[in-house]
Each structure stands twice: as C-alpha cells, then as structure tokens.
Write a protein that binds this ligand. Structure first.
Ligand SMILES: Cc1ncc(COP(=O)(O)O)c(C=O)c1O
Length: 435
C-alpha cells in the first residue's frame, strides 16, 4: 500500500522552529506582519505533478479549481507547469487570464452563469462550459448563436452517489442544486442534438468535496461509462470525461486516501470510454500548501475555560465556524519539551492544556479551534494554523472592518508577497459619502 506522509507538504519543524520549505515562518511574520497566509510553491507543484502522474494513462487535464485559492501568484505557478483551470464566474476567468492561464485549458462551471459571463467564456475560447440546467443550456445556445459561434459543452450529471462528506459540500446527490439527474440529462441530450450554437463534447460530474474514500468515485464512474455510451449513441462526439474535483486531504491525521488510490478507482472506467480525463481539483492542490500565521494577543480564563485570543479571526478563516472544520494548530516556535509537531493534535499532550483558539471578532462563532491541547503562550507568540491553503483566503471578509491578511508565496529560501495587507483606506474605497 502507498503510504502518504501526513499532508504531502513542505512545512516542517527544524530545531523547534517552523519552516516553509527553506524559509523560517517566524521571519516571514516579522517581515510581513500577521495574520499572514504563507503558501509553499513546492507543495502546490508537487500536488499538481502527483495528479498528472497518477492519472497519466488517461492523458489528464488538471483544471485547478480556482475557487479554492484564486491568488494570482498561485494561479501563475500552476499555469506555468501545465495546469488548466476550472472557473465558476467571469471574475475567476479574468484572474486566470491575468495570471497567464490558457482559456483553451479552462472549463467554465457554475449554476448561474449570466449572458455576459457566457459571452466572456466564448470570446476567451474556453475548453467547455459545464451545463447545469435546461435553462442554462438555452442561454448558452442563444448567446453563442447570436455571436456566430458554437459553444463546446458538457452536461453536468448527478450520478446520485453519496460522497459521505459534510452535507454543505456534498453535490452529487439527486436532491442537489447542482447538475441534473441522469434521466433528465439524457432527455436534454436528445434535445441538444438538434440545437444550433452548442456541441456536446464532454460529460461532467462533481460529487462533492473533501471526499476521503474512493468508493463514491468508483460508483460514479461506473454510471458515467454507461451515460457516455448513451450520449454517443445519440451522436454526441464525447471526447472528455470531466470527473470534477473533491479529493479529500488530511486535515487531522491520515483520513484521506492517497491520490494514487483515487486514480485506481477512476482510470479503468475512463479508459473504457476512450475519453481524455479532465478533473477539477482544488483542495488537494492548495489545501496543505498553505498555513495561516497569527500572533497571540491575550490569554484569559473563564471558569474552567481557557481562551487564547490571537489576531486571526473568522473573517480570515471561516471554515471552523462554517463547517466546524478541524485545523491543526501549533506554535511556530515550539517551547522546550514539547513535540514539534505532535503526531495527534487532539490527544492529551504533556505540557499542554485545552484552549479555545479565538479571534477578535464580535461573534461567539469566531473560533479557529475548541478545547485544543496547547502550551501556555505569551503575548506575541506565533501560531500556525495548518491546511489553510484552500477555502481560506478566498472566503475571507472585512467583517468588523478588519483588513484582509497578506499572502506570501515561498519558493525555497525566497518569499514573495503575492497580496499586500489591506489598509483602512482600501476598505472604504468603494463607498461614497456624497449623495
Ligand atoms: C464543480 C466543482 N468542481 C470542482 C470543485 C473543487 O472541489 P475540491 O476543492 O474539493 O477539489 C468544486 C468545489 O466545490 C466544484 O463545485
């Protein structure tokens, strides 16, 4: 069996100090301030390469899901190493183009594309549109015909498998707002054959996110093979099997399967169709490529409860509040006698006590962790919140008029600011005092 290191990342402790690749994280916090997102380029590229290699048999196009982390610096390095992109808005398409991504390697997904977004996708020459409803199909056909173009499309089919993940990130069930059930998709496919303005070149599925087992993919692919056969019988030139994203990562221990195991569940079915594989991974590329660094402001005790108040908050990383997600948290400089890092972040660790790690935002939901074994830390100590590279900064807000964090991209011993910290002036720039 292939054993995956905990997170396949390039964050490690050396003499009790946390490093991102060859760069000490404490030095980054000193130079760029906190809260600070730190990304490892080697991790981003290592994960991209791992996907390209594991699925090599079906000539994969890895369309990184921009929604996971849309920083231009991140997109640029992925584009430069053969990555394609999955976008869900005109804004994401704009980012991809600005970062040097190729529209011809970009799929345009999302349940609510506007006419303007469809037009922008057509003009850019995206590889295909993932179609989520009859009404959207009509809109794409109409806009394309008016432009004198033919839009390449893939119907998004719900294979009705249970991805066994958090209900907020499960999408492949019949009752999901995404895509269409199999019968409906096939009926619609009949209609597409006679429609000007669209050509069905692919079939798309995305069954959910943070999927940690391979069975849901096996089940979905088995259905996909049959659907593609039926689509081809109708005369559609299906050349792409788009499997979506969803591969889970290790947030706490070794809960997710290695990429190679997902490949073993998916590749045989795709091979049987003769299609090229497109995929839309987000979290598995960016998730463990990023950490959020924060600084302890205060500690306080209320009855039995201990609170560690630090300068990152729910507006910086909303996943714990939104999904009760678990993120490993550990000091950047580990005090004497403590593991660097612990093998299990939830078990009792000698020299620690349970702390709620909270931020300065005025909400009880403003926490990064609850009852987490941590050493007593002084004001100014740095903390690292791991696995924060995906669905972290992209969901950040200015709630409580807090400027959003800075982001740095590390490459070995070099660190590059890829988003400067917002200023108060930035926060009010779009507002108008005059009537
Ligand atoms: C259609 C589609 N593709 C890809 C993704 C990326 O998922 P993940 O980051 O879990 O790989 C999502 C996430 O919601 C999605 O909705």
């Amino acid at each position: 069996m292939i054993e995956q290191s905990r997170t396949m990342d390039h964050f490690h402790y050396r003499d009790g100090q946390l490093y991102c690749e060859e760069t000490p994280v404490a030095a980054l916090a000193g130079r760029f301030g906190t809260p600070l997102y730190v990304y490892s380029q080697a991790t981003l590229l290592g994960q991209l390469k791992a996907l390209q290699t594991a699925f090599a048999e079906v000539d994969p196009l890895v369309c990184y899901s921009v929604k996971a982390n849309s920083n231009l610096g991140v997109l640029k390095v992925l584009a430069a190493h053969g990555g394609g992109f999955d976008v869900v808005s005109g804004g994401e398409l704009f980012r991809v183009r600005r970062a040097g991504g190729e529209p011809g390697k970009t799929v345009f997904a999302g349940v609510g594309k506007t006419d303007e977004e469809i037009k922008a996708g057509l003009e850019a020459g995206v590889l295909m549109f993932n179609v989520e409803s009859e009404a959207e199909l009509d809109a794409i056909a109409r806009v394309a015909s008016a432009e004198g173009r033919v839009a390449p499309i893939a119907l998004r089919v719900n294979p009705d498998v249970d991805p066994k993940t958090h209900r907020y990130v499960s999408t492949g069930k019949k009752e999901s707002k995404f895509g269409m059930d199999i019968d409906r998709s096939l009926r619609l496919a009949e209609a597409v054959a006679a429609m000007p303005g669209v050509s069905m070149i692919g079939m798309h599925m995305h069954i959910g996110s943070q999927i940690t087992t391979t069975e849901p993919y096996g089940g979905a692919v088995a259905k996909g093979v049959e659907i593609i056969a039926q689509l081809r019988e109708m005369g559609h030139p299906i050349a792409w099997y788009n499997m979506g994203g969803g591969f889970g990562i290790n947030y706490r221990g070794r809960e997710a399967r290695p990429i190679e195991e997902f490949a073993r569940a998916i590749v045989p079915g795709v091979t049987a169709t003769g299609c090229r594989l497109a995929m839309e991974p987000g979290r598995v590329i960016a998730g463990n490529a990023g950490i959020l660094v924060s600084r302890v402001l205060y500690t306080k005790q209320s009855g039995e409860k201990r609170f560690l108040i630090q300068d990152a908050a729910m507006n910086d990383l909303i996943r714990p509040a939104l999904y009760e997600s678990f993120h490993r948290i550990w000091p950047v400089a580990v005090p004497e006698g403590l593991p660097a890092p612990p093998d299990d972040f939830e078990a009792a660790i000698a020299g620690t006590e349970p702390w709620d790690v909270v931020g300065p935002v005025c909400e009880s939901g403003d926490f990064l962790a609850k009852d987490r074994p941590l050493p007593r830390l002084d004001r100014g100590a740095l903390l690292a919140t791991f696995s924060a590279g995906a669905y972290g900064m992209v969901m950040a807000s200015n709630y409580n008029t807090r400027p959003r964090a800075a982001e740095v991209l590390v490459d070995g011993a070099e660190a590059r600011l890829v988003r400067r910290r917002e200023t108060y002036e930035d926060l009010i720039q779009q507002e108008c005092l005059e009537a």
